[in-house]
Design a protein around this ligand. Structure first.
Ligand code: NDP
Length: 297
């Protein structure tokens, strides 16, 4: 049977449409729409594009977008004061400080200053703790998108063997907690794992988040596995080209004949991140207003 290529863009469009439908009910209950504030420090080109895309998606979902830009040489206290103002602003439900911050900023201190109930990127120590405890956490957007896509494709994940390759704080670790809560048997692999192919060959679900182009080969995968590739890697440019292709952590063409379903790169996992950010903003707004979480998210 031919494998499914999971369309992350279509998944994200569906999620954004459902969020846009849920916003009027929130507005009817509270008299306002959810608000997302994005803070960009410095002028990193990729971050500027990303922040612009977030702002547009927020407005398209019927929410309020606030954008703050500080110069790269702004003082740490200026950034902390802005975060404190956003924490206190009742019209702001989500705060996202675009990372990485320019040199000289104490990133840990800035993250710790964000109100955990507005931490829609799921990066504060409080939300990491809530996730482990099984409490109502706001969870990092990329692993959340992976879980939602898996649920969409497979329904109940109970008892499935899931192997996550990569143990970063923003991706691998929250992914493991989410899959554990979904009753998977979870293995976390990393750069010190012995015989990764053997570990992967028993996985029903493979999540790749290592940042190594096409590292995971097709014949390392179990027949019928579902593979979500979180890697975003640019190959060196081909002769005569200015830029190289973007590829994932999995050798896609090799994997395709082995698997039941796989996300492409680009257009897979990465395409869901902004939609998940809006989902987190909607959920944060409900919790802050003392309402039950919106259904179906
Ligand atoms: P990090 O660099 O923080 O972590 C990489 C992890 O992969 C580490 O745990 C490392 O192990 C592990 N690793 C590295 N090489 C190997 C290897 N050869 N075999 C097994 N494990 C290995 O990366 P991130 O989690 O931040 O990002 C991973 C990928 O996901 C990147 O390509 C990034 O661009 C992408 N990404 C995509 C996002 C999106 O779609 N929106 C969001 C975030 C990330 P160890 O701990 O032992 O060093």
């Amino acid at each position: 049977m031919a494998a499914d290529v999971i369309d992350g863009k279509a998944f994200a469009a569906g999620l954004r449409a459902r969020i846009a439908k849920a916003v009027p009910a929130f507005e009817a209950a509270t008299g306002r729409v959810p608000g997302l504030a994005v803070v960009l420090v410095g002028d990193d080109a990729a971050s500027q594009v990303y922040v612009g895309a977030k702002g547009k998606a927020t407005v398209a979902a019927g929410m309020k977008s606030f954008e703050y830009r500080l110069p790269a040489d702004a003082a740490q206290d200026e950034l902390l004061a802005l975060v404190a103002r956003l924490n206190a602003d009742p019209t702001v439900d989500g705060i996202l400080v675009q990372l990485p911050l320019p040199k000289g900023f104490d990133e840990k201190r800035v993250i710790a200053a964000i109100d955990p109930d507005k931490d829609v990127d799921g990066i504060t120590p409080t939300n990491a703790g809530r996730l482990v405890l099984g409490a109502d956490a706001l969870v990092s957007c990329t692993p959340l998108g992976c879980l939602m896509m898996l649920r969409d494709l497979l329904g109940d994940l109970s008892g499935l063997d899931a192997v996550i390759v990569g143990r970063s704080i923003l991706f691998g670790k929250p992914m493991a907690q989410l899959l554990l809560q979904a009753n998977c048997t979870v293995t976390m692999a990393h750069s010190r794992t012995r015989d990764l192919p053997a570990v992967l060959r028993r996985a029903d679900i493979v999540i790749a988040a290592i940042g190594q182009p096409e590292y995971i080969r097709g014949d390392w995968l179990k027949a019928g596995a579902v593979v979500l590739d979180g890697g975003i890697n640019r190959l060196p440019p081909a002769p005569g080209k200015a830029k190289g292709r973007i590829v994932g952590d999995v050798a896609f063409d090799e994997a395709l004949p082995h698997v039941r379903a796989i996300t492409p790169v680009p257009g897979g996992v990465g395409a869901t991140t902004i939609a998940c950010l809006l989902r987190n903003t909607l959920v944060a707004a409900h919790r802050r207003a003392g309402l039950a979480d919106p259904e179906g998210f």
